[in-house]
Design a protein around this ligand. Structure first.
Ligand code: ZN
Ligand code: ZN
Length: 313
């Protein structure tokens, strides 16, 4: 089968054996390229089959989304409903620590697959993972309907955050840099702005740089909340505006699941209720064989790309 790997920063499509061993064999129908893939490739990620935003068809023909994080299942974090902070979550991540979904097929733990409702687009499964990231952060922020929010960063995470917040009755400004981002923001019902205003109840940092963090601190009202979608690829320092205003900084990583709630199930529900999200956010689609060009476009801020998907040709 064909699979996409990076070797010292160079993307190539290679021939690999169909994965065997434990788990469900999934024939991938759509797979997204994430900003964190680009960071990790730049940092030297090599050899593993890329892709953590994917889904496809089981051998029974059921369309499923895949949660790429695993878990040990026995540690305190796993048994108390916080398995996304289990040390195995990152160490078992498809596309980073084990082979991912930028391939014709991938083998996945049955606990990590989620059936999609009938009638949804085959391409939609690739958007479930980033949407689950967004839902996890929004739920952690505790934001209420009628609140004002600002989002710094209008990539796929920022725009999906905007869409889910609008769906929850929040008034949303999103800072955009490019016309295609402003257009997408309008499509999901948010207000594109070139600079954030002041006194938002909650700010969402979808960039995770010093500049975006500081902009969120400035824009948040005293005793408000700053939600950090994460990874800080470079360390960020705190300042006294944050202290004087007692802004609550909430980090958010991956997606959670416990007996009451599952971020992936909520993401699937939102995607089936708001199918326009796919066209608003997935700006480019490439065949798996064109992976090198797909990564080039995803990495080029001027390309007009928000989310780039690959599919099987
Ligand atoms: Zn991602
Ligand atoms: Zn664990």
């Amino acid at each position: 089968m064909l699979a996409v790997i990076a070797t010292q920063g160079v993307i190539s499509v290679v021939e690999r054996d169909i994965p065997d061993g434990f788990g469900e064999l999934i024939t991938v129908t759509s797979s997204g390229i994430c900003g964190s893939d680009l960071h990790m490739i730049e940092a030297g990620l090599s050899g593993v089959v890329l892709g953590h935003e994917f889904g496809g068809l089981t051998t029974d023909g059921q369309l499923v989304a895949v949660r790429p994080t695993g878990e040990c299942g026995t540690c305190v974090q796993c048994t108390s409903g916080f398995s996304h902070t289990c040390s195995m979550a990152g160490r078992s991540l498809h596309g980073m620590s084990r082979d991912g979904g930028l391939a014709e097929m991938v083998r996945v733990d049955p606990n990590q697959i989620f059936p999609m409702p009938s009638g949804v687009d085959l391409a939609s499964v690739g958007l479930v993972e980033p949407l689950a990231v967004v839902i996890h952060g929004i739920n952690r922020s505790g934001i209420q309907a009628g609140s004002r929010a600002v989002i710094i960063g209008a990539g796929s995470i920022g725009l999906l955050t905007a869409a889910v917040l609008v769906d929850r009755g929040v008034i949303v400004d999103i800072v955009t840099r490019h016309p295609h981002q402003a257009l997408a923001a309008e499509k999901v019902g948010a207000h594109p702005v070139s600079e954030p205003g002041l006194n938002y109840d909650v700010s969402f940092d979808a960039v995770c740089s010093q500049q975006s963090f500081d902009a969120c601190v400035q824009a948040t009202r005293p005793c408000g909340t700053l939600l950090e979608f994460g990874m800080f690829w470079s360390p960020v320092t705190l300042n006294n505006t944050l202290m004087m205003n007692e802004i609550t900084v909430i980090p958010s990583i991956f997606y959670g699941h416990n007996h009451e709630h599952h971020d992936f199930e909520e993401a699937i529900d939102i995607l089936s209720r708001l199918p326009f999200l796919i066209d608003a956010v997935v700006t480019h689609r490439f065949a798996l064989t064109d992976a090198a060009e797909a990564f080039r476009v995803a990495n080029d801020r001027k390309s007009g790309a928000i989310k780039v998907h690959l599919f099987l040709s």
